[in-house]
Design a protein around this ligand. Structure first.
Ligand code: 9UX
Length: 72
């Protein structure tokens, strides 16, 4: 069963930043589709919650050097 999570992403300064995060998320087991929007400073992720958590995604984004904040 798929779920969708939305995050605000802080720290992106060029288009390649968005691509880096998008690729990083899409590589994770359990992520079916991740889209990062530079202009909106946001990410939308469709995922299988039995394989990956929102916190895992936040940790990955931090590892890449940005900050992710879950949207309510
Ligand atoms: Mo652009 Mo982002 O040169 O980490 S890739 S600033």
């Amino acid at each position: 069963i798929e779920e969708k999570a939305e995050f605000n992403i802080l720290g992106m300064t060029c288009a390649a930043c968005a691509t880096r995060i998008e690729k990083g998320l899409n590589k994770q087991e359990g992520v079916t589709d991740a889209t990062v929007n530079l202009a909106l400073e946001s990410a939308t992720v469709e995922y299988n919650p039995s394989q990956i958590s929102k916190n895992d995604m936040i940790k990955l984004v931090e590892k890449l050097g940005y900050q992710a904040i879950l949207k309510e």
